[in-house]
Design a protein around this ligand. Structure first.
Ligand code: PEP
Ligand code: MN
Length: 370
């Protein structure tokens, strides 16, 4: 593995930005008016350095808005000339990169779906050899930090030193409030692998809805990430993609004004990171524990149904004694005290009996009704 952390050139391009780098702009370029009007309003805030917009949109299903293509790059170039904002666009293959360079886009970004595919990354890295273009690499869809590092390495091996990572959260397998699970510990892990790599947060794609963007942005700053990329549209209600998560330039101003930039010493930051990583682990384990308990209760109900049909009593003493003795033995092996395991099992067992009673009562009363 290339030791990215030893290459100090990596963050020098970010030090010019003086404080967290704020990137804003629409999810997708839609029209000249939408691009220029949004850009004017964003530039007027005086806090945003880079204007973003997608030109080719990677869609999960075909048939959704797939981006305006090359003409969007012309609008992006007009934005740059008129407002003085730097520009960034997503590229997914060598052809996109070639066009982005032709239209003088300042920074290229790699989307989450592209990072997940080493073939595409290699194609882009081979193409970009010799160009001095900064590249921001979004995390892959799955929380695989090695795949993320691997993509950064491929660019780095191609001689690109102006690199940054973008943390946009990870695909959730269960329905969650947020569109993508942040798993902050993954971003922190990347930072610990590549000390000098700037990491910015994309609260828009983590949130999926405007209401959580401020909170996620603050969290990113508290974890000492190096910037934010926030989807902003002059009229989100007519946006052709990611409508629910785009803020207006006015809302963006409120979010940016309310952010607290904590200047912490490096020890504080390390402390916060360690604590945050550990808390994240606890959160994730608790979630899994509850999911498992819920699955257990579902099986308990199935057993209730079965027992009822076969007219078996709920409590079967021998089974319960066996559960206790095997679990206590396993608990001991895992470093859990007998007393704790007993209390936990009693609690679970009490709830299980109640569930089975409910199931059996329901079956009995429906049978009586026949
Ligand atoms: C985007 O930034 O609009 C985008 C498509 O993001 P991601 O690759 O993170 O899904
Ligand atoms: Mn988007």
């Amino acid at each position: 593995m290339v030791k990215l952390k030893n290459i100090s050139k990596l963050n020098s391009w970010f030090s010019d930005f003086d404080g967290p780098l704020i990137i804003a702009g629409p999810c997708s370029a839609e029209s000249e008016e939408q691009m220029l009007q949004t850009a004017r309003e964003i530039a007027a805030l005086g806090k945003v350095k880079v204007f973003r917009s997608g030109i080719w949109k990677p869609r999960t299903r075909p048939g959704n808005f797939e981006g305006v293509g090359e003409q969007g790059l012309k609008w992006l170039n007009q934005v740059k000339k008129e407002t003085g904002l730097l520009t960034t666009v997503e590229v997914a293959n060598a052809e996109h990169a070639e066009l982005a360079i032709k239209y003088d886009v300042d920074i290229l970004w790699i989307g989450a779906r592209t990072t997940s595919n080493p073939f595409s990354i290699q194609e882009l890295a081979d193409f970009l050899k010799g160009y001095d273009k900064p590249v921001m690499v979004k995390n892959p869809i799955n929380p695989d930090v090695q795949l993320w590092v691997g993509a950064l390495e491929r660019f780095h091996k191609a001689g690109i030193n102006k690199l940054a990572a973008v943390h946009r959260g990870f695909y959730p397998f269960e329905a969650t409030t947020l569109r993508n699970i942040p798993k902050w510990e993954t971003a922190i892990e990347l930072k610990s692998i590549c000390h000098d790599l700037p990491i910015i947060c994309d609260p828009s794609h983590i949130a999926g809805s405007t209401e959580y963007i401020a909170e996620i942005s603050q969290k990113a700053l508290d974890l000492n990430l190096d910037g934010l990329i926030i989807e902003t549209h002059y009229n989100p209600s007519v946006a052709l993609s990611d409508m629910n998560q785009q803020v207006t330039p006015k809302q963006l101003a409120t979010i940016l004004d309310n952010l607290v930039y904590r200047r912490s010493s490096s020890e504080d930051v390390n402390f916060a990171n360690i604590l945050e990583t550990l808390r994240n682990k606890i959160d994730s384990i608790d979630q899994q524990m509850l999911e498992l308990l819920s699955q257990r209760m579902n099986v308990v109900e199935e057993i209730g149904n079965y027992k009822s049909k076969n007219e078996v009593t709920i409590l079967q003493l021998r089974r319960w004694e066996k559960i206790m003795s095997t679990r206590i033995k396993l608990g001991k092996k895992l470093g859990l005290s007998e007393d704790f395991v007993k209390k936990l099992l009693q609690l679970v067992h009490k709830e299980s009996i109640q569930r089975q009673t409910e199931v059996m009562n329901k079956i009995n009363s429906s049978e009586k009704g026949k």
